[in-house]
Design a protein around this ligand. Structure first.
Ligand code: PGA
Length: 247
């Protein structure tokens, strides 16, 4: 049985003071869960979040990074820096980064390799637009994103990667993919990993993301190929997010 991994993606929300407020409640609410719990926070919140997550079952991640260790890249944060302070997870290739910051399959692949070489656990995002879904190319598009992201990744490294399937039309829109549609795509992704790497496909964690809430988490997370979720909006409130974690 694969474990369930539930990650919050706070996006550009919450200051360090808000983190303190969130963490004054949240750890107690999720302390008994059997599921993995991750908070992917803005860079400015990382030190506070790491400090307050000490001696809890909550792991801290970030939402992006550069692929190089250091250099003249104004405004960027390196995997080396993240590793140094104890960050464990990094979201790579979120659709908002692909859409607004020119993240490409190529940069996603470079960042994925870099994260693995620094022993950071990557959460790689893939997902189709509404237009792509309507013309019936979801499978081709998503499996191509997976293929491109995993280019040059060895069989030994594959199960360290979490894949988040996030249909773009479901992110922040309140529209959730039906559990069957979401599961179908997660299964296609797993089949693609199987084609590329064999049975390790049964170990890899594939999350669903896109308007996950406490009211739909259980139905989604109990599907055969959905191993948890990447949660945006609903991860900002400790009560709501704890209900999702404890679905
Ligand atoms: P949402 O965002 O839960 O607010 O739809 C999910 C995500 O973008 O990771």
């Amino acid at each position: 049985m694969r474990r369930k991994v539930i990650a919050g993606n706070w996006k550009m929300n919450k200051s360090p003071n808000d983190v303190k407020e969130f963490m004054s409640k949240f750890p107690e609410l999720v302390k008994d869960t059997a599921h993995d719990v991750i908070l992917c926070v803005p860079f400015i919140d990382v030190m506070t979040a790491l400090e307050l997550a000490k001696n809890t079952n909550i792991k801290i991640g970030v939402q992006n990074m550069h692929y190089k260790d250091s250099g003249a890249y104004t405004g960027e944060v390196s995997p080396q820096m993240l590793k140094d302070i104890g960050v464990q997870y990094v979201i790579i290739g979120h659709s908002e980064r692909r859409q607004y910051y020119n993240e490409t399959d190529e940069s996603v692949n470079l960042k994925l390799k870099s994260a693995l070489s620094h022993e950071l656990n990557p959460i790689v995002c893939v997902g189709e637009t509404l237009e792509q879904r309507e013309v019936g190319i979801t499978k081709d598009f998503v499996t191509m994103q997976v293929k491109n992201a995993f280019e040059g990744i060895s069989k030994e490294e594959v199960n360290k990667i979490i894949i988040a399937y996030e249909p773009i039309w479901a992110i922040g829109t309140g529209k959730t993919a039906s559990s069957n549609d979401a599961n179908e795509v997660c299964k296609w992704i797993r089949d693609e990993i199987r084609n590329m790497y064999g049975d390790v496909a049964d170990e890899i964690i594939i999350q669903y993301g896109g308007s996950v809430k406490s009211s739909n988490a259980k139905e989604l997370f109990e599907m055969s190929d959905i191993d948890g979720g990447l949660v945006g909006e609903a991860s900002l409130d400790p009560d709501e997010f704890s209900k999702i974690v404890n679905y």
